[in-house]
Design a protein around this ligand. Structure first.
Ligand SMILES: C[S@@+](CC[C@H](N)C(=O)[O-])C[C@H]1O[C@@H](n2cnc3c(N)ncnc32)[C@H](O)[C@@H]1O
Length: 225
């Protein structure tokens, strides 16, 4: 007989609402989310809780060079860019010019334009043309999931020992591990297992609940040995 489980959704929402009410708000971050909706850009940015985690990772790493694949409106970029030192740089890749234009406005408003280099075009092409002036301290992958492996391999080849590779949405609301997963989802699950098996103890997965999308997902963090 299947075990009945309590509905955790109201609890998740209460906890997130509590954080929303009591943690300090960044007006620029709030503006980016509101402006994203106003411009009709998909509201699929990371959550503020994930933003705080990315910021913390950048700070504790003392990161100076970051690669981001999937800019959207620049929300995650701004969380990371603000944690960089003045001479730090984040290279961010985005295929959609409308998203890139919004992101450029966001960088200006956040005062991080000098720390961000945006490349517009398919990320695989941008990566091929990229001329890095130093190894990466961190890579954040959050674009078209079918290319996760290619983006991850690029990040592996260019991230310094002790650096981090972070991948968002590794469960796609559980669809990746569902018993009836389609081929696309099964490929993503294979990517996850490949990383888990290759990196073992160097892997961390942090689950996140995205209440706007009613989505329980996970962010993967790999520390390069
Ligand atoms: C989930 S959103 C990124 C969210 C962003 N990291 C944030 O949290 O604020 C994914 C983005 O990747 C972009 N994208 C999708 N396929 C891409 C590709 N092949 N090359 C570059 N960007 C791509 C989409 O246009 C979209 O803006």
């Amino acid at each position: 007989m299947p075990t009945s489980r309590p509905d955790l959704k109201p609890l998740f929402i209460n906890v997130l609402d509590y954080l929303q009410e009591h943690l300090n708000h960044d007006p620029v971050a709030d503006w980016i989310l509101a402006e994203t909706a106003r411009r009709g850009i998909p509201e699929i940015a990371i959550t503020p809780e994930q933003g705080r985690v990315l910021r913390l990772l950048v700070q504790v790493l003392g990161a100076r060079r970051i690669l981001e694949v999937g800019t959207l409106s620049g929300y995650s970029t701004v969380w990371m860019a603000r944690a960089l030192p003045d001479d730090g740089k984040i290279i961010t890749l985005e295929v959609n010019p409308k998203h890139a234009a919004m992101a450029t406005d966001a960088f200006e408003r956040a005062g991080v334009t000098d720390k961000v280099e945006i490349h517009i075009g398919p990320a695989l092409e941008s990566l091929e043309a990229l001329d890095l002036d130093a190894p990466l301290d961190m890579a954040f992958i959050d674009a078209d999931k079918q290319n996760n492996m290619a983006y991850f391999e690029y990040a592996e080849a260019h991230t310094r020992p002790g650096g981090l590779i972070v991948v968002d949405n590794i469960f796609l609301n559980g669809k990746v591990i569902a018993p009836d997963a389609n081929d696309y989802m099964r490929n993503l699950e294979e990517f996850n297992r490949h990383v888990f098996e290759k990196y073992g103890d160097a892997v961390t997965v942090i689950p996140f609940y995205k209440k706007e999308e009613d989505n329980l997902d996970g962010i993967l963090v790999v520390r390069i040995p």
